[in-house]
Design a protein around this ligand. Structure first.
Ligand SMILES: NC(=O)c1ccc[n+]([C@@H]2O[C@H](COP(=O)([O-])OP(=O)(O)OC[C@H]3O[C@@H](n4cnc5c(N)ncnc54)[C@H](O)[C@@H]3O)[C@@H](O)[C@H]2O)c1
Length: 426
């Protein structure tokens, strides 16, 4: 197969992950052009993916002026830029791999859906978990009829302490006021999408949600805590604090590309002294996690009734100790449960011989597709996208724009319900 010629818009963390999967891991993609107002990102794209200097642009207008000269785009800009930076490329006939969430308001969501349909182009929204071997297996089991009709899907997302801090308390998604996305939209649009995809024969009917910012608050800061860990927080307090910036970012930085972004330096090049200085002064990751002004909820539960009488619930907790996701699917003939980070599913049926149950474990942890981030989802998504752009058929994981829109509307309705305090009709 010829390599798919690709234009990358927004060459940050996520877009480069997809470019890497497409070019280096799958060998199916070529990055021929890129757009980013940050020139250092364009230089990185030249170095990493051999993008010709003439095809590196600082604005989408410069790329649009060339007309359609690649097969597709990867759009990895931040949430509020997804729609304005995608619409003009759809008009030029580009297929699009678009980061989730599609956007952060309903008007833009429907505008993009209509534009995608009108253009006839494919818009793949990056609901990567669908493409992981674990969730694909759940979908296959449901489609096989082995557990009968779906009665209830229960999902739970545990957001570990590090990820909570680096993304949702001190990081880019800490404030709905600033970045426009709620916790449910930024983090759990994956889970709500999974629920809609796994229960795809049914339409959401009513949703009720509760949640709040109740635990990671100034009132719950450890007694005597300061405002910046390395500046005015006593060592005795920091020794007991799970969010201590020293241990979290300087000693064991799990996702090093996040906390140093604000310094403008590549995380592979920034020195220890520069890190310390940033945490002491301007870096939001140096602030007390309890007092740094974020406004998104730190826990939320969503309950959905579907039009065929089936149900789903989803819960998320920030500051969990073990990061990961659980799923339980109750069917009329059997049930499935498992944890994605263990890569194992248990399928159970009623046992007439004992009036108890029998079970079997399906282990997908050794699946070659499990490689890479999101339990293999990133690679699976790019493989499907490339295959579809090349004219191949959609896989069971593939998302049509209508599917993505439905899941995201459900996120908006759930947040509306949480804010109003009563159930909302879909
Ligand atoms: N699928 C997932 O699981 C997943 C995980 C994390 C983040 N995300 C989503 O991915 C998206 C990108 O997140 P990220 O962490 O990679 O962000 P990032 O900040 O690393 O990358 C965004 C890039 O867009 C560039 N940019 C800004 N304005 C632009 C413009 N007008 N035109 C072109 N480029 C522009 C920035 O300079 C930056 O390089 C977000 O929408 C985020 O919610 C998805």
């Amino acid at each position: 197969m010829d390599k798919i010629s690709t234009l990358v818009i927004g060459c940050g963390d996520r877009a480069t992950v997809y470019a890497n999967e497409g070019c280096k891991e799958l060998g199916a993609m070529r990055i021929d052009a890129c757009v980013d107002p940050d020139v250092s990102k364009l230089e990185l794209m030249q170095k990493e993916f051999g993008v010709p200097a003439d095809n590196c642009f600082t604005s989408i207008e410069q790329a649009l002026a060339r007309g359609r000269f690649c097969d597709c785009i990867i759009n990895g800009t931040m949430d509020d830029l997804h729609v304005p930076t995608t619409l003009p490329f759809l008009e030029q006939g580009y297929d699009v791999l678009l980061e989730k969430p599609v956007c952060n308001n309903e008007k833009d969501l429907l505008t993009l859906r209509d534009a995608a349909k009108q253009s006839g182009c494919r818009v793949f929204v990056c609901h990567v978990l669908r493409y992981s071997p674990f969730y694909r297996k759940v979908k296959e089991l449901i489609l096989s009829g082995e557990i009968g009709e779906v009665r209830h899907i229960n999902t739970y997302e545990h957001v570990g302490v590090f990820l909570t801090s680096v993304s949702f308390v001190r990081g880019k998604w800490r404030s709905e006021r600033e970045c426009g996305s709620s916790l449910l939209l930024a983090k759990c649009s994956h889970d709500i999408d999974l629920i809609c995809w796994l229960n795809s024969g049914a339409k959401p009917d009513t949703v009720f949600s509760t949640g709040g910012r109740d635990f990671i608050t100034p009132e719950n800061a450890p007694a005597g805590a300061g405002t910046r860990c390395l500046v005015d927080c006593p060592q005795s307090v920091r020794d007991k604090c799970i969010f201590d910036a020293q241990t979290m970012y300087l000693d064991n930085c799990l996702l090093p590309w996040y906390p140093w972004q604000c310094t403008g330096k590549d995380y592979r090049e920034i020195t220890y002294e520069e890190k310390v200085e940033s945490l002491k002064t301007f870096n939001p990751h140096g602030q007390c996690a309890y007092k740094c002004g974020g406004d998104i909820v730190d826990h939320q539960t969503v309950s959905v009734r579907f039009d065929n009488g089936s149900y789903a619930t989803h819960s998320v907790t920030l500051g969990s100790f073990r990061d990961g996701r659980d799923i339980f699917v109750a069917g009329t003939l059997g049930e499935i449960d498992g944890r994605v980070d263990e890569g194992k599913l248990t399928v159970r049926h009623y046992d007439r011989g004992t009036s108890w149950y029998n079970s079997r474990v399906i282990d997908v942890s050794a699946d070659a597709d499990n490689a890479g981030a999101h339990f293999g989802g990133d690679r699976g998504l790019v493989r499907d996208f490339v295959n579809t752009v090349a004219g191949g058929a959609l896989s069971i994981s593939a998302s049509t724009i209508d599917d993505s829109v439905r899941g995201q509307l459900l996120v908006f309705r759930a947040d509306e319900s949480m804010k109003k305090g009563f159930p909302v009709k879909f």
